[in-house]
Design a protein around this ligand. Structure first.
Ligand code: FES
Length: 208
């Protein structure tokens, strides 16, 4: 929620409460993904960038695929018009999310080569460029964790410099993550996006 809405809730929560109850009730017969997609469209219609990013992230967390989001924008063409669809697409491109890249958007999840296990020591963290996606890799004995380098808040691409010990801090709004589990441990509430892993012939593979 924006600072302005937080302020209005703090000083006139009695009035604003009706508005939020209204919003909640209006979607109660819709499944979460449909609600999310409608919310995304409303933010594109009002051209509210932070709201668009917020609802976009929620839609992805709730299981909407990038293609479903693009379809929703295109289906709303009669209301949005091309200019607003292009406005939203430009923001999507700036966000540089791997899932929306042409080489990933239509591909089914598959095992992808990340690195040689010999190149990462026990307890070490590495940031690895895997083409369309950059990941953080953490090794604990024979256990490997692989996370997308993008912050789950507003997809800032977190640099390696953001790592201190086992804590990764996003430079944008300072959400903190435990690199051993991916959990968000301060400020925010959503974990790093993690991928299933396996080791084959000395290579670490991850599924995306
Ligand atoms: S983008 Fe906001 S904390 Fe990372």
């Amino acid at each position: 929620m924006s600072d302005a809405l937080n302020y209005l809730v703090a000083v006139r929560g009695d009035a604003l409460g009706h508005y939020f109850k209204f919003l909640k009730d209006t979607g109660k017969h819709l499944d979460p993904k449909t609600r999310d997609l409608i919310s995304v469209i409303t933010k594109v219609h009002s051209q509210t960038e932070s709201g668009f990013k917020q609802y976009l992230m929620r839609a992805l967390r709730d299981g909407c695929t990038p293609m479903e989001i693009i379809d929703a924008l295109l289906m709303a063409f009669p209301a949005l018009g091309l200019a607003k669809i292009v406005w939203a697409t430009e923001i999507l491109l700036e966000m540089d999310m791997p899932e929306f890249k042409p080489e990933l958007i239509n591909s089914l999840p598959q095992w992808r080569d990340v690195m040689a296990v010999a190149d990462i020591a026990d307890g070490e963290v590495k940031r690895v460029d895997c083409g369309a996606r950059t990941v953080f890799v953490y090794r604990e004995g024979d256990r490997y964790k692989v996370y997308d380098s993008h912050c789950p808040h507003q997809v800032t691409n977190i640099p390696h410099l953001a790592l201190e010990g086992k804590t990764l801090t996003c430079p944008k709004h300072h959400w903190k993550f435990d690199i051993a589990t991916g959990a968000c441990i301060a400020v925010g509430k959503h974990p790093l996006k993690s991928f299933e892993t396996k080791v084959e012939a000395g290579r670490l593979l991850a599924l995306w």
